[in-house]
Ligand binder design. Structure first.
Ligand SMILES: C[S@@+](CC[C@H](N)C(=O)[O-])C[C@H]1O[C@@H](n2cnc3c(N)ncnc32)[C@H](O)[C@@H]1O
Length: 354
């Protein structure tokens, strides 16, 4: 699809009026006459608007701005950090409200996440179970860990196998942490940690017996990741990965909105199985991560760390608002965990391509 943003002209106003009067827009944006009047006038300083054109058809209008702290407070949005972009979009079918997160958010996000044992759900028992499904794995396998983060699962893999491991992440500080942990455990000879893009990790084709990835493949799109893994595995090589999946249809709007920000294309476990098989893999097994795999190494340390950071930033309103936002993730899990899960999939590249 080709999408363009066009300047709004007076010719667009009848179409915009139609969108503004639609129930789904009116219920969120309020008075259509007032909004039409505002959109007919030039945008205020620091605010922009445009018509969205998709494949030559005008499908919506988008407004965006970088609000100041005073503007956010005046609008009652005291929990939204400054430095970001907010945008509103209305069209004939949908309405979206987006907040692109600013640099301060990412600074605190990283301060929180990098200090955790893992950056996503998972634990040693699940890794052992998945590894157990790789029944014909060589005694000294070559392993690639994609999106390794600070290496919680990499270190466990190093203990559970006798092979060599290449651990890849595109976030340098995580790789530096992992390198320090490897040096401390005298594992640097057997495990290397490199900064690279998992979509093109610059490894020899068909050079791995096992590719491992916990909670990371979705970042480059599952289908792309599966193709990359297929090419890097030797024939008969295994792929073990976890992915977030919907367990029920029609999740609550609040939950759907949270996942839409991070993983808008998330599907069901059956969708992942179809993607695995369509990429040429044979599915060996799958299981759902138990609740303790969300808490022991992930949400419990996250909540403890948030509480410590609240003390560190006690006089910093913006940081406290960001920490409140970050604290919502484990809360959402407490409320809605029956709607979604992390699934471990173990697949195998056939010995001979079908
Ligand atoms: C949810 S975290 C999971 C980390 C770790 N596997 C774990 O379970 O603790 C996802 C990781 O993927 C990494 N990542 C995202 N996109 C990537 C890419 N294109 N190439 C390499 N790593 C990527 C992130 O930096 C992050 O460390």
């Amino acid at each position: 699809m080709r999408v363009h943003l066009l300047d709004i002209t007076s010719d667009d106003l009848p179409l915009i009026e139609k969108w503004l009067r639609a129930d789904h827009v009116r219920s969120v944006w309020g008075d259509p006459d007032e909004n039409l009047r505002l959109l007919s006038e030039p945008a205020a300083n620091g605010a922009w608007r445009a018509i969205i054109e998709a494949d030559g058809r005008k499908v919506g209008v988008v407004l965006w701005q970088h609000p100041s702290r005073e503007e956010l407070d005046a609008a009652g949005l005291t929990d939204i950090p400054t430095g970001g972009t907010s945008s509103w979009c209305a069209s004939d079918r949908r309405i979206e409200t987006m907040t692109e997160l600013g640099p301060r958010y990412w600074e605190i996000f990283l301060e929180l996440f990098e200090s955790l044992p893992r950056q996503g759900p998972g634990n040693r028992a699940c890794a052992e179970r998945a590894l157990g499904l790789c029944r014909e794995l060589k005694r000294f396998p070559t392993i690639l860990d994609l999106g390794c983060g600070v290496g919680g699962q990499t270190l466990q893999l190093a203990e559970m196998t006798s092979g060599t491991i290449v651990a890849v992440d595109n976030h340098r500080p995580s790789i530096e942490r992992l390198r320090a942990a490897l040096a401390e455990r005298e594992l640097s000879g057997r495990v290397s940690a490199i900064v690279a893009d998992m979509a093109d990790p610059k490894q020899q084709p068909e050079s791995f017996d096992l590719i491992w990835s916990e909670g990371a493949l979705y970042s480059v799109g599952l289908r792309t990741a599966l193709d990359v893994c297929y090419g890097l595995l030797r024939p008969s090589g295994y792929l073990a990965f976890t992915d977030a999946v919907w367990r029920k249809e029609n999740p609550p709007a609040e939950l759907k909105a949270a996942f839409d920000l991070e993983y808008p294309t998330m599907g069901s476990a059956d969708d992942d199985v179809a993607a695995i098989q369509n990429s040429g893999f044979e599915l060996i097994g799958r299981f759902t991560l138990p609740d303790e795999a969300w808490w022991d190494d992930f949400y419990s340390p996250m909540e403890a760390r948030i509480s410590r950071l609240r003390g560190t930033y006690a006089a910093d309103r913006e940081a406290l608002a960001i920490l409140d936002q970050l604290a919502e993730e484990p809360e959402l899990h407490r409320r809605y965990s029956e709607f979604y899960a992390y699934e471990f999939f173990v697949a195998r590249r056939p010995a001979i391509a079908c």
